[in-house]
Design a protein around this ligand. Structure first.
Ligand SMILES: NS(=O)(=O)c1nc2c(F)c(F)c(F)c(F)c2s1
Ligand SMILES: [Zn+2]
Length: 259
């Protein structure tokens, strides 16, 4: 079931192998702040990343992923729309080409340069990530927009490691990184029920999208674009960029706002 972001295998063709692509709770979406329902019962997002344990960084042919040891509840997100603590499994990014677009969620039709996804799973109700990833309340993904501007003081920890995972299928040690350093100052958010934004597109995600972007430099963004979709053994070298799915129909869903 090869899929990608190109003309021959991109988001508009995913429905052929993944019919859920035309489902009624697909992600990403275009967020309209004025239509979001302010819900005073929505508490703050609580991130308990202190005993954080990143293990490695890998190029999976679709994005660059930092994986975590999720064998216990040491790094969790809770509060907000969530009934349980959800365990941090991995984080990864989506980005554009030179200068334009790149984020998956948009705000009033506007894209950011990139979007960071921190993927968590409901370890209280489900035994494994795989099991949770197919359950309607299985996953919680925290989305953070990246806006082009000044250098981000901690993102270099990631961009400096990207040369080690240039090719699809490469992985390298990446211990002790705490993604708390990638958060903006405000944790105000929009939340709605949606899906994975890449195949298998399971409709299992409670999306929590932070309103405030973090600022990273064009130079830092350009390092993501030196990654390749292709493996070391392949003749063709295809630059990893524009690995984002466009916004999907809201299908009557309500987006709630923390405030
Ligand atoms: N872009 S995303 O919605 O955060 C997201 N998609 C996927 C996905 F398709 C997977 F197969 C997977 F194992 C994940 F951990 C994620 S995480
Ligand atoms: Zn993602």
């Amino acid at each position: 079931n090869h899929w990608g972001y190109g003309k021959e295998d991109g988001p508009y063709l995913w429905h052929t192998n993944y019919p859920i692509a035309k489902g009624n709770r697909q992600s990403p979406i275009d967020i309209l702040p004025h239509e979001a329902l302010h819900d005073p019962s929505l508490g703050p997002i609580i991130l308990k990343y202190d005993r954080c344990t990143s293990s490695n960084i890998t190029n999976n042919g679709h994005s660059v992923v930092v994986e975590f040891d999720d064998s216990d509840d040491r790094s969790v997100i809770q509060g907000g729309p969530l009934d349980n603590p959800y365990r941090l499994k991995q984080f990864h990014f989506h980005w554009g080409g030179k200068g334009c677009c790149g984020s998956e969620h948009t705000v009033e039709g506007n894209s950011y340069a990139s979007e960071l996804h921190l993927v968590h799973w409901n370890g209280v109700k489900y035994k494994t990530f795989g099991e949770a990833s197919t359950a309607p309340d299985g996953l919680a993904v925290l989305g953070i927009f990246l806006e082009a501007g000044d250098d981000h003081r901690w993102l270099h920890m990631i961009t400096d490691a990207l040369y080690m995972v240039k090719f699809k299928g490469s992985v390298t040690n990446f211990k002790g990184f705490n993604p708390k350093c990638l958060l903006p100052s405000s944790l105000h958010y929009w939340t709605y029920l949606g899906s994975l934004t890449t195949p298998p597109l399971h409709e299992s995600v409670a999306w929590i999208v932070l309103k405030e972007p973090i600022v990273v430099s064009e130079k830092q963004l350009s390092k993501f674009r030196m990654l390749l979709f292709t493996g070391e053994e392949e003749d063709q070298r295809i630059r990893m960029e524009n690995n984002f799915r466009p916004p999907q129909p809201l299908q009557g869903r309500k987006v709630r706002s923390s405030n």
